[in-house]
Write a protein that binds this ligand. Structure first.
Ligand code: SF4
Ligand code: FES
Length: 363
């Protein structure tokens, strides 16, 4: 068994934004009993002992936690590389200075579109100008900056304008990531999934812009896997290198695994070492022994690990089936049908999207 190297710490699901592609659980109110500062600091110590080297501090919006600086400081003391994944709302100059002093290594800011009107509409709140100001602040403070833009049917046609905006902000890296369909994005999938012509036009723009910006700005582009032949190697394999801890202390092999009908494991009750090594949840899909055909005898089984367990569950009701994204899956027709509808359907109006609500704050 390998050691984990990355921990995604979802400090809170509270968030001032209402993005309809949010991957947070639909049952947000179940997570209101958040871990305390001391509990997070203990979890970080246990994670470091297990071998974790990278901490991704996320949410919701992690800056909604008043103790985010203390949590980051503890991770830095333990020698972890720390990355703040934020909407940037709450990243005031004072807070940024405190995080810098605590040792935070990297900042990733999400932007919803290339201009304020559309960006604020997707975010469900006025936020574009504050995001731009925060991105400039991050650069002034000397942090490496990643800008993350989630692409979907309603903004992907403006990808050239999105790249032009990011160029002005001079990040080190731009992530243009097509929506992954979990949580609220799963609920809104049919209004978010782009058509094939949209995907093809976007790819052509990305190719040209990558060539133009080579050496100045790295652009990563993540395809929607519904349009791929083979599934993504989700989480680099179940319980192989990554783990997630949710606001209430549930430890998961991936951020969407809360929906699977598997036994839970919580850091309030068990050590992270036990959870990683012995818990039924983490052992369930580790390695290749669990695989059904066609994965079991497939040459790609150590490349994509049979795809995503959460996606298999969402699409078939059985997390142990081959990911239906795979063209070899007996369930592939489920994905093919969704893609056909995205290509034939009229362009959905923005009003059909369900915005992610604001969970009640408890801390
Ligand atoms: Fe991957 Fe399984 Fe498809 Fe082979 S059959 S490509 S292992 S998902
Ligand atoms: Fe859970 Fe892919 S998101 S295994």
């Amino acid at each position: 068994m390998t050691s984990p190297y990355g921990l995604l710490a979802e400090l809170t699901y509270a968030c001032p934004l209402h993005c309809p592609y949010c991957s947070n659980p639909l049952t947000l109110s179940d997570y209101g009993d958040e871990l305390t500062t001391a509990q997070w600091q203990r979890v970080l110590g246990e994670a470091r002992e297990l071998g974790v080297l990278q901490l991704h501090v996320s949410g919701g919006e992690p800056l909604q936690r008043r103790d985010v600086v203390e949590i980051v400081r503890r991770a830095c003391e333990l020698g972890m590389y720390t990355n703040l994944i934020t909407s940037a709302l709450g990243l005031s100059p004072r807070r940024a200075e405190q995080l810098k002093a605590a040792g935070l290594d990297h900042v990733q800011i999400s932007i919803q579109a290339h201009e304020p009107t559309q960006s604020d509409r997707i975010a469900g709140t006025r936020s574009f100008d504050r995001k731009v100001a925060a991105a400039r602040l991050v650069k002034e403070l000397g942090w490496p900056l990643t800008l993350n833009i989630i692409l979907h049917r309603q903004n992907i046609d403006r990808i050239a304008d999105i790249i032009a905006l990011t160029e002005q902000l001079a990040p080190d890296r731009v992530e243009l990531a097509n929506t992954q369909y979990y949580g609220w994005a799963w609920r809104n999938r049919d209004a978010l999934l782009p058509s094939r012509p949209q995907i093809e036009r976007a790819e052509a723009v990305v190719r040209a812009e990558r060539a133009r910006l080579a050496g100045r700005m790295e652009i990563s582009y993540v395809l929607p896997d519904y349009y791929s032949q083979y599934p993504k190697p989700c989480m680099e394999g179940w319980a192989k290198r990554q783990l997630t801890v949710t606001p209430n202390g549930d430890a998961l092999p991936c951020p969407a695994a809360h929906q699977l009908p598997l036994p839970r494991a919580n850091v309030r009750e068990k050590s992270l070492a036990w959870i990683w090594t012995d818990s039924p949840l983490f052992q369930r899909f580790r390695g290749t022994d669990w695989m059904p055909e066609p994965c079991r005898s497939c040459a790609r089984r150590e490349i994509d690990f049979g795809g995503c367990r959460c996606q298999a569950f969402q699409l078939t009701g059985d997390a142990a089936r081959t990911d239906p994204v795979c063209i070899l899956s007996p369930d592939h027709e489920i994905v093919a049908e969704v893609v056909r509808a995205a290509n034939e359907g009229a362009r959905p109006r923005e009003e059909v999207l369900t915005p992610r609500p604001h969970p009640s704050r408890v801390r």
